[in-house]
Design a protein around this ligand. Structure first.
Ligand SMILES: Cc1cc2nc3c(=O)[nH]c(=O)nc-3n(C[C@H](O)[C@H](O)[C@H](O)COP(=O)(O)O)c2cc1C
Length: 173
């Protein structure tokens, strides 16, 4: 199974990137591609820019990477209760290629933050809007209090409840 995994943050030390990497690695026999959305940074979307210059190649790269995967693992970082500007911009550009950005791929949606909410607001927004963007969500789970529940030395989630739910979601892929 070809798995595309990424965090939706452009932080160089993203905890969501760590969670996406760990979670994808739990999928047996997966060929995992870890995408760094840093590498796909584009000008802020505007309809005028699109008319003048078209859709940037990085948006096509992102859309194609999803299309080539058999399954997707995304971990959503939350800024002020919502998406990071980095992911929103990437997603907005990609949605101009095809509103069905997720192309009916089975996916696991995750989120984490250092606080007790575990970025549940953005996760709920992503899960709630999934049908509009052709995301076949097999599981949506949040890891609260990241630094209490993730061993940064080994890159492993230590919260067994999360791990059980993750395994359930993986078996539904
Ligand atoms: C501008 C800004 C807004 C934030 N808003 C939230 C928030 O609404 N909810 C939350 O749980 N964490 C919030 N945080 C803390 C982030 O969860 C934390 O920075 C986390 O490390 C971001 O994920 P990342 O490491 O994958 O980038 C915010 C951080 C920043 C810089």
């Amino acid at each position: 199974m070809k798995v595309l995994a990424f965090g939706t943050s452009n932080s160089r030390n993203s905890i969501n990137q760590k969670l996406a990497r760990y979670s994808a690695a739990q999928i047996d026999d997966a060929d995992v591609t870890l995408l760094d959305i840093h590498d796909l940074e584009m000008p802020i979307f505007s309809e005028e820019r699109e008319k003048e210059s078209g859709i940037p190649a990085f948006a096509h790269d992102f859309y194609q990477a999803i299309g080539e995967a058999d399954a997707i693992v995304i971990s959503f970082a939350e800024y002020n209760g919502s998406y990071t500007s980095a992911y929103k911009n990437l997603f907005d550009w990609a949605s101009r290629i095809d509103m069905k950005v997720y192309q009916d791929k089975p996916m696991i949606m995750l989120s984490t933050s250092p606080g007790p909410s575990g970025a549940q607001s953005v996760l709920a927004a992503a899960e709630g809007s999934a049908p509009f963007f052709a995301a076949d969500v097999k599981g949506a789970l949040s890891l609260p209090n990241f630094f209490d529940n993730f061993d940064v030395e080994t890159g492993v989630v230590t919260d067994e409840t999360f791990n059980q739910k993750l395994n359930q979601a993986i078996s539904a892929l």
